[in-house]
Design a binder for this molecule. Structure first.
Ligand code: SF4
Ligand code: SF4
Length: 206
């Protein structure tokens, strides 16, 4: 945790990224244990919905994800206070989200996406009704905002929990799963306090 200091965030190196999407799959897996798809890359009923996305252009590819802004525009824009700073990360309270998209518009990095919500392995329906083409009514699927939570709300693989693995920085902050699985080490957990201390130490050595 950040002990009241600046939020950590995951930084991608486009020079190293090969676009394999292992980070996307790992992100989905550790955030969907309750949907029974944690060991699979999605199912027919629950598609892969990661909280970071690998973007490709003609000249580079790299994952884009949240910077956990100190003055988060997404949180400012949310009309129902569904986005808050918690445990050193900017997190969406998915139960509060009304799917209005204000956060996605406000984010300067394109780090928020809105998709269907899933619970217990199937689409999570809300109470609102919509009309089918045959004029019968059905309950509408909830749409919610998804974004990186630095794996604060994730359930990592059991073997990692059992081993007490808190690999990451010296503050004991758990390394996000996308960082752990990247085969090219293209993702780094940036911890501002740690970075600052390292620079101060380097300056003192001059
Ligand atoms: S989602 Fe966007 S605006 Fe919100 S904290 Fe992350 S980078 Fe900042
Ligand atoms: S989509 Fe959800 S989290 Fe985003 S601003 Fe609207 S209510 Fe808030």
């Amino acid at each position: 945790m950040n002990n009241g200091q600046a939020n950590s965030f995951v930084l991608a190196d486009p020079e190293k990224c090969i676009g394999c999407k292992a980070c996307e799959v790992a992100c989905f897996a550790v955030h969907n244990r309750e949907n029974g798809v944690g060991a699979a890359a999605g199912t027919v009923s629950v598609p892969v919905i990661p909280r970071l996305y690998v973007i490709r252009t003609d000249s580079f590819m790299m994952p884009v994800q949240c910077r956990h802004c100190e003055n988060a525009p997404c949180a400012e824009a949310c009309p129902v206070s569904a986005i808050r700073q918690k445990d050193g990360a900017i997190q969406v309270d998915e139960a509060r989200c009304i799917g209005c998209k204000s956060c996605a518009i406000a984010c300067p990095f394109g780090a928020i996406s809105l998709f269907r919500a899933y619970s217990g392995g199937s689409e999570y329906k809300n109470r609102h009704l919509k009309k089918r083409q045959d004029t019968t009514l059905e309950r509408k699927t909830r749409i919610i905002a998804y974004k990186c939570d630095l794996c604060r709300g994730a359930t990592p693989p059991e073997e990692r929990e059992e081993s007490g693995d808190k690999s990451g920085d010296e503050s004991g902050e758990r390394t996000p799963w996308c960082v752990s699985v990247c085969p090219e080490e293209a993702l780094t957990l940036m911890t501002p306090v740690k970075e600052m201390n390292a620079r101060l130490a380097a300056v003192r050595r001059l």
